[in-house]
Write a protein that binds this ligand. Structure first.
Ligand code: 13P
Length: 352
């Protein structure tokens, strides 16, 4: 059995965060096509190989989350992805949910599936080198949503997943993500985030889950993507930490934020501001798009551009690592607005 607390400590090591490279086949294919790259298994593999072989990645990345497809693929030089990550001193994570499906009886809401056969899958992943896992619940803000039913159904699934992870010696990343989609205010995002986290921890505590061996992956508290409200990093940081402090027990092993479709520069500035406030847990990033979007745009499937893609990823990792250690200075808000670029894949949040 692996040491769960040791894994949490490695994931939350100072100045390091998690790279979420676990998009489903459908989402990854759409993103490749969006960048003009044919959506083949080989190209998905080449893209992920470009990411994980970035020189010096382990300086700012403690773990990489893979999808099942990538977990079983091999790099051009022969090793599997978990083997390559282990030799680079990076922990392998695995996304084990099978996606968010419509929740019967609750129109517009979803419940994440994947519990069937999960014990056997986790045991296989552990034997092949996985040290941590991810399960993502999606919570929608709309009229009457999130409903209590959706919150409870998702919290229950997250809890059963976490218990099975611990049984397999794997650290669960528990992700109740309140989506940015919509015109809602930042205040509504805060309320939905508190509700989602309270429901999740009520369930985890009811089942006696060892909380110091759990990493929570929350959204930051921000206005909806289509809202006219503007919130600067200090405001986001304050609202986000107030929310977490209301709902998340102090024993939780760590907090690793998702980027949720925020432009990369904003996600980094918000992370830097969050890190400036006192918190009872270690805090880091577990970003997908905010780390990889610039790399995909630089690479575009061209073998000669691998170095350019890796440089772009390296810059994002360095900026977020600096955000965690105090080396990142907040650009003025006006500058952040200029850095905004719309999410190139608006459906990503729903379909990941
Ligand atoms: P984003 O940072 O792109 O939101 O992805 C993180 C993630 O893993 C969502 O499950």
């Amino acid at each position: 059995m692996t040491d769960l607390n040791g894994t949490v400590a490695e994931l939350m090591a100072r100045g390091k965060g998690i790279l979420a490279a676990d998009e489903s086949i459908a989402t990854m294919s759409a993103r490749l096509e969006g960048a003009g790259v044919a959506a083949t298994a080989q190209n998905r593999c080449a893209y992920r190989e470009m990411l994980v072989t970035t020189p010096g990645l382990s300086q700012g990345v403690s773990g990489v989350i893979l999808s099942d497809e990538t977990f079983r693929q091999r790099l051009a030089a022969g090793p599997t992805f978990p083997e390559a990550l282990a030799s680079a001193g990076i922990l392998t994570g695995i996304k084990v949910d099978t996606g968010a499906k419509p929740l019967a009886g609750q129109p517009g809401e979803k419940v994440t599936e994947g519990l069937d056969g999960l014990r056997e899958r986790l045991s296989e992943y552990a034997s092949l080198g996985a040290r941590f896992a991810k399960w993502r619940a999606v919570i929608v803000i709309a009229d009457g949503c999130p409903s209590r039913q959706a919150l409870r159904a998702n919290a229950h699934a997250l809890c059963r997943y976490a218990a099975l992870c611990h049984e397999a010696g794997i650290v669960p990343i528990v992700e109740p993500e309140v989506l940015m989609d919509g015109q809602h205010s930042m205040d509504l995002c805060a309320k939905a985030s508190i509700a989602a986290q309270l429901a999740t921890f009520a369930e985890l505590q009811e089942f006696g889950i060892q909380l110091d061996a759990v990493v929570l992956k929350p959204n930051m508290v921000v206005p909806g993507k289509d809202s006219a409200e503007v919130a600067g990093p200090e405001e986001v940081a304050k609202a986000t930490l107030e929310t977490l402090c209301m709902a998340v027990p102090e024993e939780v092993g760590g907090i690793a934020f998702l980027s949720g479709g925020q432009p990369p520069a904003k996600a980094t500035a918000n992370l830097a501001a969050i890190r400036c406030l006192p918190a009872p847990w270690p805090v880091t990033f577990s970003f997908g798009r905010a780390l990889v979007d610039p790399a995909l745009a630089a690479w575009r499937g061209v073998p000669a551009k691998v170095t350019a893609g890796q440089r772009a990823l390296g810059q994002q990792v360095a900026a977020n690592s600096a955000a965690l250690t105090g080396g990142f200075s907040l650009p003025a808000d006006a500058m952040l607005m200029a850095l905004d670029d719309p999410d190139p894949d608006p459906d990503h949040a729903r379909s990941r």
